[in-house]
Design a protein around this ligand. Structure first.
Ligand code: DQA
Length: 143
């Protein structure tokens, strides 16, 4: 069965209790389930991974070249995750960057993503719905 990679970075494993006024109350398990629902109609299944370390994220990407596409929330690695950027540059399939919060409405150090220029699209500020929309985008655009 074709697989979609759902990759979440540092501090996203504690969603639900992490600053809920910013990130909402959905847990990562809720989000993984939601993405699974969105892609099921296409006959895809979700492979969900969350890592607090950049190196583990890179390894997951290197191990995922057979997936049909990816949804990536890199957390704060958006800011200076150059090794993660190199790994995503070699990922052969379309991927979308998702941020739960509207990073441009927050501190200025969150305003730039070194990864976003490589993404097929970026969704910010829509909370957990952003992951569902990213999944829909892959369903609609992957041949
Ligand atoms: C985040 C935004 C990042 O700036 C922050 O470091 C995170 C979460 C988001 O989903 O809104 O860890 O990626």
């Amino acid at each position: 069965m074709p697989e979609v990679l759902l990759l979440n970075g540092p501090n996203l494993g504690i969603l639900g209790s992490r600053e809920p006024e910013i990130y909402g109350t959905d847990t990562l398990a809720d989000i993984e389930r939601a993405v699974g629902e969105e892609v099921a109609g296409r006959g895809w299944r979700v492979v969900a991974r969350q890592h607090d370390c950049e190196g583990e994220m890179i390894r997951t990407i290197q191990d995922s070249y057979e997936t049909v596409g990816a949804i990536v929330n890199p957390g704060a690695l958006m800011i200076a995750g150059w090794s993660l950027r190199d790994a995503l540059a070699n990922y052969p399939r379309p991927w979308l960057e998702v941020h739960l919060s509207n990073v441009w409405a927050r501190e200025s150090f969150r305003h730039d993503s070194v990864l976003a220029p490589l993404a097929a699209g970026v969704i910010v500020g829509l909370g957990a719905l952003g992951y569902r929309l990213a999944a829909r985008a892959l369903v609609a655009t992957v041949p």
